[in-house]
Design a protein around this ligand. Structure first.
Ligand SMILES: Cc1cc2nc3c(=O)[nH]c(=O)nc-3n(C[C@H](O)[C@H](O)[C@H](O)COP(=O)(O)OP(=O)(O)OC[C@H]3O[C@@H](n4cnc5c(N)ncnc54)[C@H](O)[C@@H]3O)c2cc1C
Length: 360
């Protein structure tokens, strides 16, 4: 603790990490650690695939986030208690430790490149391959697969698009059935070939997001062919750096079990996708970050009797391109259609409020 300002290390600069680090910058000695040089606004990543000028809007350098605190470009390789060992060998041992290392998802939904330059090149290469492909296969009919299909159809209406999923319906999760029905209708109206309840005997041999002849068999004897495929399933929480008793907080899938204050132990917290407390969404990561900021501010101010965490109410907006899609607002029994979704998300993809944090 320096001059009454406690030290806080935030591991991971995703939606949760940037919000916590930024909000506590004035009251604590904040260090943000991330292996990459820039925050990526994933919410708009699929738009950047079809329309690469968006790339400049969605990669936001960490150096612009904090006014007083510091950013270290490195990766936590081991965390034991509050002791963090980085890839460089440096060791940090803050007063409070926030784990916000999120989840991995196949490109282009999330980039797996180490810096902005190589990530932009990866997007541009995939854009070129997509542009040249006549037939596109998307495997996975969750929100990412649906959004990707909507983006491709909006920017390349003549491409033949197939979405395949082993489940019998789209959009798994705690959402209204009417939302699935509405999205299915819109997808069909776009001319997208939606194959549900279809199990592939194996994934395509060619790497995803690259131009290659694709032919995959299904268990019921069909054959799906395309010129490029995208993998739209497989979220992986990133928590493998935990050591000692902390590692026991990992559940079977790698999510971290936290208590009612989002704590693993005294003064070690986990927020965002990494946490088992709630769903994998940026809005939920933001909700948890808001809770944790208030909690840490109260702890720093020496206040007692602190409120406990309440999971975020269910809500989602699934754009199908800038002008399509459907959603449901938290707490509402109704769904909203393309006009509302386009207004609240599809057109701008919430770039500005996120970019506004990077004003240091
Ligand atoms: C295409 C797409 C669209 C989406 N759209 C929406 C949407 O519209 N609304 C919504 O609510 N959600 C949306 N989501 C979900 C949302 O992106 C995630 O829930 C969100 O990214 C979770 O934020 P996070 O802060 O927990 O982690 P992440 O965003 O995953 O960030 C984690 C950070 O930790 C870093 N990191 C990883 N390992 C280490 C380590 N060992 N040491 C240090 N740092 C590390 C990573 O580099 C990364 O920067 C979307 C997801 C995708 C893929």
């Amino acid at each position: 603790m320096t001059e009454n300002r406690p030290s806080i290390v935030v591991l991971g600069g995703g939606y949760a990490g940037i919000k916590v680090a930024k909000a506590l910058d004035e009251v604590a000695d904040v260090t943000l650690v991330d292996p990459t040089d820039a925050f990526v606004h994933n919410v708009a990543a699929l738009r950047a695939l079809v329309d690469p000028p968006w790339l400049d809007k969605i990669f936001l350098p960490y150096e612009r986030l904090l006014k007083q605190g510091r950013f270290i470009q490195d990766r936590a390789t081991a965390v034991e208690g509050r002791r963090v060992t980085l890839g460089s060998g440096a060791v940090l041992e803050p007063d409070y430790l926030v784990l916000a290392t999120g989840s991995g998802y196949p490109f282009p939904a999330k980039s797996n490149e180490p810096d902005t330059t190589t990530a932009h090149a990866q997007f541009r290469d995939a854009h070129q391959a997509l542009r040249e492909a006549g037939r596109v296969l998307i495997i996975g009919a969750g929100p990412t697969g649906l959004e990707l299909a909507g983006e491709i159809k909006a920017y390349f209406p003549d491409k033949h698009l197939t979405i395949a999923d082993g489940a019998n319906d789209i959009l798994p999760g705690p959402f209204h059935q009417a939302l699935r029905d509405e999205l299915r209708d819109q997808v069909t109206a776009l001319g997208i070939d939606l194959r549900l309840g279809v199990r592939l005997t194996e994934l395509p041999a060619a790497p995803p997001a690259t131009a290659a002849p694709i032919a995959v068999a299904t268990e019921d004897g069909q054959k799906l062919t395309a010129d490029i495929w995208f993998r739209a399933f497989g979220v992986t929480p990133r928590s493998d750096y935990l050591r000692g008793p902390l590692a026991e907080a990992r559940d079977a899938d790698g999510y971290l079990r936290v208590d009612e204050y989002l704590r693993l132990t005294d003064r070690v917290f986990a927020v965002g996708d990494i946490s088992a407390a709630d769903r994998n969404m940026a809005s939920v990561a933001g909700h948890q970050a808001t809770f944790l900021v208030a909690h840490l501010q109260a702890l720093i101010a020496g206040e007692g009797d602190l409120p406990t965490y309440e999971p975020a109410p269910v809500g989602i907006a699934v754009p199908l391109g800038p002008d399509g899609g459907a959603g449901q607002f938290p707490g509402s029994p109704d769904i909203v259609g393309p006009t509302v979704v386009s207004e609240v998300k599809g057109r701008h993809l919430r770039v500005e409020p996120t970019a506004a944090l990077f004003d240091a």
